[in-house]
Design a protein. Structure first.
Length: 426
């Protein structure tokens, strides 16, 4: 086949390795700009501004996740690493999606299954590129796949167990609109049958709407009939599993993630001891409300992954002490009205940075919240220093941006690492 690898980042590099391993394939790397990753010397490559619209001579175009299918013009088949993996994977797949919490929930699921003695592969936006390990997976294994809307855009097969977390406005700088974003998320259950299972957030209107049209068996969380919290313990129905203290994560919203994870694995592992070991064994993922350091009585937390207003709201509600919150970054089309209103419910000072600083400031003014200041053309070290000057002993400093990282930083991980580095130098 003549195959175009459209987009050459980490996933594109994996796609190239996978499809070029077949000597009968003629593989060409295609990107609109010169990739950061080195292109192999013997590889065919086409680099140019409108190159994704000129792929008519290929049998297949393998898109990288963040490249919208609508931007590709070809007579061939548009495909993806996720589609290829789902088509060829011999093991059961547990897929997890949602606007926030999918990485943590997928990791809790994996931790519980590993505690129960299962052989697990964690893939998607966390873990190794899926196609790099496809040939290592056995039918008796279990794959836990974190699925973004970009990976689900044109998926042609759904996982046997799907977990649908809270859905809210996100990635509207890439998706056409909110219905396009919701439709992508809905694909996690689109191809499920009545022998499959969908776990969904029953308190979220978008997740509920998707669940109501699913052909799968559906379980809403949190529900007293399934995983829930009672008397500071995790229960499944009437069975007491363990204390909530087993989950060693900051942020009460993680209890919902844990309940979703327990619901997802209950049919495989209804062993409360294994579930408790799995919960205790998971220490959290980087840049997800991670404690960094205490300096002069001020505790610093890194939640760089908090790229939506509701994530920042959840972080504010986690701490009942005075706070300094660092907000702003690049645009994802978010509405900051609810976040601005929430600021009024806390003893908090806000530092606004990046392209979204003015938009957040305008929302704050409308909400009559005025304890904020905009910092322009600053480094992360300067932002952290300012936050430290504003914070009093006994308070917390939160990096909870409610916006994307691009512009000032490469990605949310780079933003978080720079924050950690700056805090450690205080």
């Amino acid at each position: 086949m003549k195959i175009a690898i459209a987009g050459y980042g980490i996933e594109g590099e994996s796609n190239y390795r996978y499809w070029s391993s077949n000597p009968d394939n003629i593989v060409t790397i295609v990107d609109q700009k010169q990739p950061d990753i080195n292109i192999p010397k013997d590889a065919n490559a086409v680099i140019g501004e409108n190159v994704f619209e000129e792929l008519h001579d290929f049998d297949m175009v393998v898109r990288t996740a963040g490249l919208a299918p609508r931007k590709i013009k070809t007579n061939g088949k548009i495909w993806s690493a996720t589609n290829e993996f789902f088509a060829k994977c011999p093991a059961e797949i547990i897929g997890v999606t949602g606007t926030k919490g999918k990485g943590t929930t997928a990791s809790i699921i994996a931790s519980i299954l590993e505690a129960a003695g299962k052989r697990i592969w964690v893939l998607g936006n966390i873990g190794k590129p899926a196609l790099d390990i496809l040939n290592q997976i056995k039918p008796s294994d279990i794959v836990v796949y974190e699925l973004s809307s970009f990976q689900l855009w044109d998926i042609e097969k759904s996982p046997q167990i799907a977990v649908l977390l809270l859905i809210e406005q996100e990635h509207l700088n890439v998706h056409d609109d909110m219905p396009d974003y919701i439709a992508a998320k809905a694909n996690i259950t689109k191809y499920q049958t009545n022998s499959d299972l969908l776990i969904y957030n029953r308190s979220n209107e978008y997740a509920t709407e998707i669940a109501n049209s699913s052909k799968a068996q559906i379980t809403g969380f949190i529900d007293e009939k399934t995983a829930h919290i009672e008397n500071d313990s995790f229960f499944y129905g009437e069975q007491n599993i363990c204390s909530i203290d087993a989950l060693q994560l900051v942020g009460k919203y993680h209890y919902e993630n844990a309940c979703a994870a327990i619901d997802a694995v209950w049919g495989i592992v209804n062993d409360k001891n294994a579930i408790e070991r799995g919960l205790r064994g998971f220490k959290g993922l980087p840049h997800r409300l991670q404690f960094v350091r205490e300096v002069h009585g001020v505790k610093y937390y890194d939640d760089s992954i908090a790229t939506t207003p509701s994530s920042a709201i959840a972080d504010l509600r986690t701490f009942d002490v005075p706070k300094v919150i660092i907000l702003g970054g690049s645009s994802k089309g978010a509405d900051f009205t609810n976040l601005a209103n929430e600021l009024n419910n806390h003893e908090v000072k806000a530092i606004l940075v990046g392209d979204e600083a003015k938009k957040i400031a305008d929302a704050c003014k409308r909400a009559d919240f005025n304890d904020f200041q905009i910092l322009k053309d600053v480094t992360m070290a300067e932002i952290v220093k300012k936050a430290g000057l504003l914070a009093m002993p006994g308070s917390v400093v939160l990096l909870s941006p409610a916006a994307a990282s691009f512009g000032m930083f490469k990605n949310y991980s780079d933003r978080g690492e720079q924050y950690i580095s700056a805090v450690k130098k205080l």
